[in-house]
Design a protein around this ligand. Structure first.
Ligand SMILES: [Zn+2]
Length: 133
């Protein structure tokens, strides 16, 4: 069985002031994650204070590569099947995202994936999604 990926317009993200650098980078095709200026650990979702030590945080460029931690393919909701997944970036954080541009039936836990940015409706910021390497 194959489930080809069909691009479906995504709703534009709500851009809050704290996330301005993230969305500006996304428009340039760069993925940012927050890291702590005290302990150095990355975290996701982005926060003003480190969840490990309460230190101040800063945005850092992520490599944009990771592995599928878990995933689910939805076949009967909306116009096209889609695959939501938790992807663990090489920086160690795990983010909820979509897997795109592949036969969705080939997605596997542990699979290597790389970020790309998908346009959203109403000229919203592009959102990070992942495709197999
Ligand atoms: Zn910290």
């Amino acid at each position: 069985m194959t489930t080809p990926y069909v691009s479906t317009p995504l709703r534009a993200p709500v851009e809050l002031p704290d996330g301005t650098p993230f969305w500006a980078a996304a428009r340039e095709g760069r993925l940012l994650v927050k890291a702590c200026k005290s302990c150095g650990k990355h975290h996701w979702y982005p926060r003003a204070l480190c969840p490990f030590c309460l230190g101040d945080t800063e945005w850092r460029d992520a490599k944009g590569e990771g592995t599928v931690y878990s995933f689910s393919i939805t076949r009967k909701m909306g116009p096209n099947p889609f695959c939501m997944a938790y992807v663990t970036l090489d920086e160690g954080v795990t983010m909820l995202t979509h897997i795109v541009d592949c036969d969705l039936d080939t997605v596997r836990i542990g699979q290597r994936v790389k970020v790309r940015f998908q346009p959203t409706e109403n000229e919203g910021a592009p959102v990070p999604v992942f495709a197999p390497v």
